[in-house]
Design a protein around this ligand. Structure first.
Ligand code: CDP
Length: 789
């Protein structure tokens, strides 16, 4: 075993540079957790493990406690006294809050120092002395499954291996038969590495326990405040924290992207510290703590196979996957689907048979498997099918656009039941691809490519015609820890016709304040400026499962429309009473009811609102408000066709994205500018993993990309000029015909980029490249295949 590097070497756990001194990202106006300062507040700093797997033999807190201003050092043993040293994950696994006897990954929380000032807490953390006895480290999930691999979860009685779960879906026999009948098959190992969401704001909280009221208020960076409140009540009920005494407030949070769904130990320690001391406690992660210890996404080792006919028809797909979850399964997938929605992997194609198998595995890494801007595992699914589609098209020598056109599910086949059991609501895949091709001048680009190839230049064109699956989800299939995945809206119209609308979701920058107000305004004819939108406070917002996986528009957006329609129904009754007309004789135009044929006999929504409190019909309840808990009948299936054009520098191996055309379809659009922004941001978050981002570990479990010095996020300099367009195929079951869109571009973009690079290199014998496609990887492939310059 090699010796772990020092904190300074791994660049993350030294406390010398504090967050306040870090160069800060520009951020918008608002109240972030880090802005909250309460009287008498204590600060928490966390001591983290330099080892990826080690027994803790001693923790000496004396030097830390001797520092003036250090109030306490909290260890796993302290929490164990209250049975708070372990907590459940959202996947019903268990995760340490603080370890009692061993650490499971580098940067894991080992102890927490509480002090009167942030810098004193940091000094205290540096002064805690911990002795470790290193244990064998397992970083490769394939090796973790070998019979002689050390068993990592020794806390689980009877556990004899590192296997978490096996999950499979589809018709195995029919798929095997289709493969036997195939005229052509392609097979490819595809690895999608660990990546990190790296949201602008790190995680943190301020926990305040009011001893007099017995009430806990936690301002925290969470995408799902209500679910967190319930989890806190379940975990800490035995120490007196009942759900009605817990208030979770998610203020402005600078991006979430799935990374702010899990409960991290720092939140729990801060809560415990506040309950114990009776003082407010603040915990804010440093940037490098965030990147090294918080949950990761992807880490999927897939072996995909596609069967087809020589004429270019795809017939069957099978995929086997090993999913590296780190030391605990702390993903946030719907309970029924431990591999998320990976079985959307037949994509946009009319495949008759498919079968997928996924095995979750423990390794000595931080928890993984979060849905990074992704409906659970849809990015992995799209990557697999779009790579395999391209592979087969190239294999049989058919243009990859023509191959896709031949295999697309046709518009008349919707609603379409996929081989893996999903019912796609609507789509016109050929229209989106045709539009992208026309916008780009696809045929001319192919000619240009042929000419360049003759001259020895490397140019590639890659397509990704993805289908998404968002809006989790219908309660008969979707729950997290048993909580059904509906979402909610509550609208109250005040006497003067102004409104407040509250939702169970939580915006992290995607503009719900604007679009939800638009939905209510559109339904009720109230000006958008007269509608206040609120989310994120469990004391006021109706219960909902939060925002991730592009679910807000399909669920809470729908709830907003339904609640508004309930209000409109009541408003109509009041209008009929005021106009002395029969309800059936009234017509609606935005903002008012009028008597059919007599447009002058009208009552505006503002007049009706006033009447609801001052002059409502006898026998009717006063007031004008409604709530909707919307249980979607189906998911929504947005889609798109992306085409990427790349040029490759033979000398350096650098891939240059020359053009990128993204045609998206998210059904009816509520706000085109916001959707455009979602797609631009999403494309950049697809470019990053395709070309730059990857978290790796050495054999000792040392993280190799633990800071922004070597975890490369694309900046404006690397980002190409995105070209966007749209088609519109409304969802037939959503009240507004809308589908989600927030993650489409992140999901769809990487495969288009990889397909373009492989297309540029296919004639040299290159069949596949795992992301990120870095210059050294391409340079080596070129040299291996005899290309020099
Ligand atoms: O759950 P999340 O808000 O991340 O995703 P979403 O429902 O796809 O919405 C992202 C943003 O785009 C929200 O502000 C939506 O209201 C807006 N949107 C829209 O204007 N039209 C659509 N058809 C879908 C989303």
């Amino acid at each position: 075993m090699t010796t772990p590097r020092t904190p300074a070497e791994i660049g993350g756990m030294g406390h010398s540079v504090k967050r306040k001194e870090d160069p800060r990202f520009l951020r918008g106006q608002g109240t972030y957790v880090d802005d909250i300062v309460l009287p008498d507040m204590l600060y928490l700093d966390i001591v983290r493990s330099p080892y990826a797997h080690a027994a803790i033999t001693n923790i000496d807190t004396s030097k830390a406690l001797a520092i003036p201003g250090v109030v306490a050092v909290i260890t796993g043993k302290d929490l164990a006294a209250y049975n708070l040293h372990w907590m459940p994950t959202l996947m019903s696994d268990t995760q340490m809050v603080l370890p009692v006897d061993k650490v499971m990954y580098q940067a894991q929380e080992v102890a927490a120092v509480l002090a009167t000032e942030q810098y004193i807490a940091a000094d205290g953390a540096d002064a805690v002395e911990i002795d470790y006895d290193p244990l064998p480290v397992v970083v490769d999930p394939k090796k973790a499954l070998l019979p002689d691999a050390p068993v990592l979860r020794t806390d689980k009685p009877g556990k004899k291996d590192n296997h978490i779960w096996h999950w499979e879906w589809g018709d195995r026999a029919a798929t095997e038969q289709a493969f036997r009948d195939a005229e052509v098959t392609v097979k490819q190992d595809i690895y999608i590495p660990r990546i990190h969401v790296s949201s602008i704001e790190t995680c943190g909280c301020v926990a305040r326990f009011d001893k007099v009221k017995g009430k806990l208020t936690v301002w925290m960076t969470t995408q799902a405040p209500h679910a967190i409140r319930t989890v806190f009540a379940l975990v800490a009920g035995h120490v007196g924290l009942a759900e009605h005494k817990i208030q979770i407030i998610s203020p402005d949070i600078g991006g979430g992207f799935g990374g702010k769904v899990p409960v991290y130990p720092g939140y729990v320690i801060a809560v415990a510290a506040s309950v114990l001391t009776g003082k407010p406690v603040k915990w804010i992660e440093e940037r490098m703590e965030n990147i090294q210890a918080d949950s990761f996404a992807r880490d999927y080792h897939m072996t995909a196979e596609l069967a087809g006919k020589k004429d270019g028809r795809m017939t069957a797909l099978r995929i086997k996957t090993i999913a590296d979850h780190g030391y605990t399964d702390a993903a946030a997938n719907p309970s029924k689907f431990p591999a998320g929605l990976f079985h959307i992997c037949t994509g946009s194609y009319d495949l008759k048979a498919a079968h997928v198998e996924v095995d979750g595995v423990y390794t000595n890494k931080p928890p993984g498997g979060i849905a990074y801007r992704c409906s659970f595992r849809v990015t992995e699914a799209v990557h697999a099918i779009e790579r395999m589609t391209d592979l087969m098209a190239h294999e049989i020598g058919m243009d990859s656009a023509e191959f896709r056109m031949k295999n697309f599910i046709k518009p008349e086949q919707f609603p379409y039941k996929s081989a893996l059991g999903w019912e796609y609501d609507s789509g016109d895949y050929a229209a989106a691809l045709r539009k992208a091709m026309d916008n780009l001048g696809y045929e001319e680009l192919r000619q240009e490519q042929a000419e360049k190839r003759k001259r020895g230049e490397l140019m590639g064109i890659g397509i990704s015609s993805f289908t998404e699956i968002v809006g989790a989800g219908p309660s008969k299939h979707f729950d997290i820890l048993g909580l059904k995945m509906f979402d909610s809206a509550e609208i109250r119209i005040h006497p003067t016709g102004k409104a407040i609308a509250r939702f169970g979701t939580k915006s992290q920058g995607q503009g719900h304040e604007t679009t939800y107000a638009q939905i209510v305004a559109e339904e009720l004819g109230i000006p958008v400026d007269d509608i206040a939108v609120e989310e994120g406070d469990t004391d006021t917002a109706p219960y909902g499962l939060g925002t991730y996986a592009s679910r807000s528009t399909p669920t809470a957006g729908a709830a907003g429309a339904i609640a508004a329609r309930k209000i409109k129904d009541k408003a109509k009754k009041i209008a009929a009473y005021l106009l002395e007309a029969h309800e059936d004789d009234l017509e609606w135009e935005p903002g008012k009811f009028f008597v059919k044929g007599s447009p002058d006999r009208a009552k505006t929504i503002q007049e009706i609102s006033l009447a609801a409190y001052t002059n409502h019909p006898q026998g009717m309840e006063a007031g004008l408000e409604a709530v909707s808990y919307y249980d979607p009948p189906n998911l929504t299936y947005p889609f798109g066709s992306y085409i990427c054009v790349v040029d490759i520098d033979k000398g350096t191996g650098e891939v240059k994205v020359r053009r990128f055309m993204a045609v998206d379809d998210c059904g009816n659009i509520i706000n085109p500018m916001i959707v455009e922004g979602q797609i631009h941001g999403g494309l950049t978050m697809g470019l990053g993993p395709a070309l730059y981002e990857e978290i790796q570990y050495d054999d000792s479990g040392n993280i190799l990309q633990g800071s922004f010095m070597n975890y490369l996020l694309p900046t404006a300099v690397e980002t190409p000029n995105w070209e966007t367009d749209k088609t519109c195929t409304p969802s037939p079951h959503h009240p507004l015909g809308a589908k989600g869109v927030g993650e489409s571009a992140t999901v769809g973009a990487p495969a288009a980029i990889v397909n373009a690079v492989v297309d540029a290199l296919w004639h040299l014998g290159v069949r596949h490249i795992d992301i990120p496609i870095t210059p050294p990887k391409v340079w080596k492939l070129l040299r291996d295949n005899g290309v020099t310059e």
